[in-house]
Write a protein that binds this ligand. Structure first.
Ligand SMILES: Nc1ncnc2c1ncn2[C@@H]1O[C@H](COP(=O)(O)OP(=O)(O)OP(=O)(O)O)[C@@H](O)[C@H]1O
Ligand SMILES: [Mg+2]
Length: 255
């Protein structure tokens, strides 16, 4: 399997604090991979280094076999990588469909005014509108198209955020805790949707989740377990579930 993301010996220091420590792993094409670990173990920092928001202290990030370590977030986005943030970033004074028509923040041009204006003036933007409605249908949230996102629940907002990310047609999607604070059934639905997006579109999804029990049952292909800035282990959900190290370091601590 060819790899869409290759992280080699990645280290990030914040002053005296080593947030990630010599982390190495890969994500393959068409793979659905979970990144899990206790609060503060370095998951988001890893995403920030991959997506170009933070400069690694050491190590290398390759995205689609290109050295992304030296690239800006917008350049990494152009390679085909889109990410979401732990706290959803929606335009709360706009409707769901309008949110999908604006590119994600912090990645490329995200001026809401020009995005909306250009929709009225350009044919390709009409195609974009069709795509936005298709994306809502795919996520089963078409009925919310004309609701202001400030009216949506936390879980519904997470789905809109994923929809925005999908609008860029990424080949690799990084999601930072897409179901944090989302009630059980909706959280399951979100993961089921992700699984079917991976299968249907053949894209790769790399998802941070902090609940071990939850991720073990959600149909991911592989799980990378982090603890205190390091990769503790990686393997299939069954391998992770049976790992003595993980049980001791993670499940043991939670029990
Ligand atoms: N910009 C920053 N400046 C200084 N320290 C930071 C910064 N970002 C993260 N840290 C620290 O790095 C460590 C790893 O943080 P990170 O946010 O990556 O953890 P996480 O695994 O995503 O945790 P959570 O599950 O709570 O989201 C923590 O000790 C955190 O306080
Ligand atoms: Mg985090």
């Amino acid at each position: 399997m060819s790899s869409v993301l290759k992280v080699t010996d990645l280290t990030k220091d914040f002053g005296g604090l080593r947030a990630i420590d010599n982390v190495s792993f890969e994500v393959g094409k068409g793979e659905f991979v979970g990144l899990i670990g206790p609060n503060g173990c370095g998951k988001t920092t890893t995403f920030n280094c991959i997506s170009g928001l933070l400069e690694p202290s050491k190590g290398e990030v390759e995205v689609f076999e290109k050295n992304a370590t030296v690239l800006r977030p917008d350049e990494i986005q152009k390679l085909g990588l889109t990410r979401t943030f732990q706290h959803t970033r929606l335009w709360r004074e706009m409707t769901t469909i309008e949110n999908l028509l604006i590119p994600p923040r912090n990645q490329f041009g995200d001026n809401p005014l020009t995005a909306i204006m250009s929709y009225f003036f350009r044919d390709e933007e009409r195609e974009r509108l069709v795509k936005a409605y298709d994306t809502l249908a795919e996520l089963e949230i078409s009925h919310m198209a004309h609701n202001l996102t400030s009216e949506l629940s936390g879980g519904q907002s997470k789905l809109v955020d994923i929809g925005r990310a999908l609008m860029g047609e990424p080949d690799l999607l990084l999601l930072d805790e897409p179901v944090a604070g989302v009630a059980g059934p909706l959280a399951e639905k979100i993961f089921n949707n992700l699984r079917s997006i991976v299968s249907k579109k053949g894209i790769s999804i790399f998802v941070i989740e902090h609940n071990m029990d939850f991720i073990l049952r959600r149909g991911v292909d592989r799980i990378i377990v982090m603890d205190q800035g390091k990769v503790l282990m990686q393997g299939t959900p069954d391998e992770v579930k049976d790992s003595k190290e993980v049980i001791e370091a993670y499940l043991g601590a939670a029990a």
